[in-house]
Design a protein around this ligand. Structure first.
Ligand code: NAD
Ligand code: LMR
Length: 343
């Protein structure tokens, strides 16, 4: 474990601050006390994500875990002038300590793809990492919310559910595949196309996180997308293939890191607001679902103290989107089966 001295002095200064607070202020302090662990924290996503999490005032303890370089990353983050306490743990032998007692564990550990690869090709190598990590969570923080960023989401999340079931701690309201990047991209591309602020674009993205399983529902976009079929098809395709755009642009040096760090931070913030009992923004995520024949499916959700509070379901679809849904579900069913049977 790293940064012990830094942490002790931080804790000491925090006690001094608390001593002078009114009871109301103390109650408010107590409400912002979440422990978040990032597994894969020294990686391309893990580092910018951890930096963004440092700015979330609901997180009082940020725990970083990786196989390598944790000492440097945690020391670096511990100089950021926010009140968040940073701890670092390295190697498989410290994984259990890293996730112990966490309210939220975000998993970014694992390999990304290079040009010409599909996300599914990452399955074998990343499955082992997810199994190891989810087993550690099951034994040390069974009530934690788990957000899986590692690809292939479509297969690894159902597999993680099986691991949790075997440990008898599976709660479908607490396990998420992070698909927020698809929403972020949809907002950005539609915003750019119509020359409006992406923050004003509200568009549901459902399904999964790969190719045709990524289903931006442009018929329900607000403001309305008044464009011809060809233009809508081009926008949908760009959102579906946006990951490849980044993989090609990075020329063999990885996949999206900064935009997914932004997206995961936004998703984590919604989860923590839910834990805190605040009204949460609606965010899509890939979760266990009985809305289609695919038993994992991403739909817009809102969150509460126990994870998912409300699944807002599949939005109204036009005829083109209904056909796309059939193909997406058929594709997802295969990925889900592969994940379940692997365990
Ligand atoms: N969900 C999404 O929208 C989305 C977007 C982008 C990338 N991804 C996926 O996220 C994953 C990580 O991408 P990246 O660019 O950060 O990769 P990266 O290689 O830069 O970082 C991965 C980190 O995981 C660590 N790691 C590997 N095995 C580990 C283990 N057993 N325990 C702890 N740490 C371990 C590595 O040491 C490394 O630091 C990839 O699978 C990628 O495909 C998902
Ligand atoms: O495309 C990838 O492999 C990474 C990620 O899933 C993305 O959508 O950017």
């Amino acid at each position: 474990m790293f940064g012990g001295q830094i942490r002790s002095s931080l804790l000491a200064s925090r006690h001094i601050c608390w001593a002078g607070l009114s009871p109301l202020a103390c109650r408010l302090q107590v409400r912002r006390n979440f422990k978040v662990s990032v597994v894969g924290a020294a990686g391309g996503i893990g580092q910018p994500l951890s930096l963004l999490l440092m700015y979330n005032s609901m997180i009082t303890e940020l725990v970083l875990h990786d196989l390598v370089n944790v000492k440097g990353v945690s020391a670096d983050l511990s100089h950021v002038s926010t009140a968040t306490d940073v701890k670092g743990f390295q190697g498989p032998e410290q994984l259990e300590k890293a996730v112990r007692g966490a309210d939220l564990v975000i998993i970014t550990a694992g390999m990304g793809r290079g040009p010409g690869m599909t996300r599914e090709q990452l399955f074998e190598i990343n499955a082992k990492i997810i199994i190891q990590t989810v087993n550690a969570i099951a034994k040390n923080s069974a009530h934690a919310l788990i957000a899986i960023v590692t690809n292939p989401i479509n297969t690894l999340v159902p597999m993680a559910a099986e691991v949790l079931k075997r440990n008898q701690v599976f709660d479908p309201n607490r396990l998420f595949g992070v698909t927020t990047l698809d929403c972020v991209r949809a907002e950005r591309f539609i915003g750019n196309y119509f020359n409006i602020d992406p923050k004003e674009v509200k568009v549901p993205v459902i399904g999964g996180h790969s190719g045709i399983t990524i289903m931006p529902i442009l018929s329900q976009c607000k403001p309305a997308v008044n464009a011809d079929e060809e233009c809508i098809a081009a926008l949908v395709q760009r959102i579906q293939m946006a990951g490849d755009e980044i993989v090609l642009a990075k020329e063999g040096k990885g996949s999206a890191t900064l935009s997914i760090a932004y997206a995961t931070n936004r998703f984590a913030d919604a989860l923590l607001k839910g834990l805190k009992g605040d009204k949460t923004p609606i965010e899509s995520a890939y979760v266990q679902s009985d809305l289609t024949e695919a038993c994992f499916f991403a739909t817009p959700l809102s969150f509460g103290p126990k994870g998912i509070e409300e699944n807002h379901g599949i939005p109204e679809l036009n005829d083109v989107e209904k056909l796309a849904l059939e193909s997406a579900v058929s594709d997802l069913k295969k990925s889900i089966e592969k994940g379940i049977s692997y365990v």
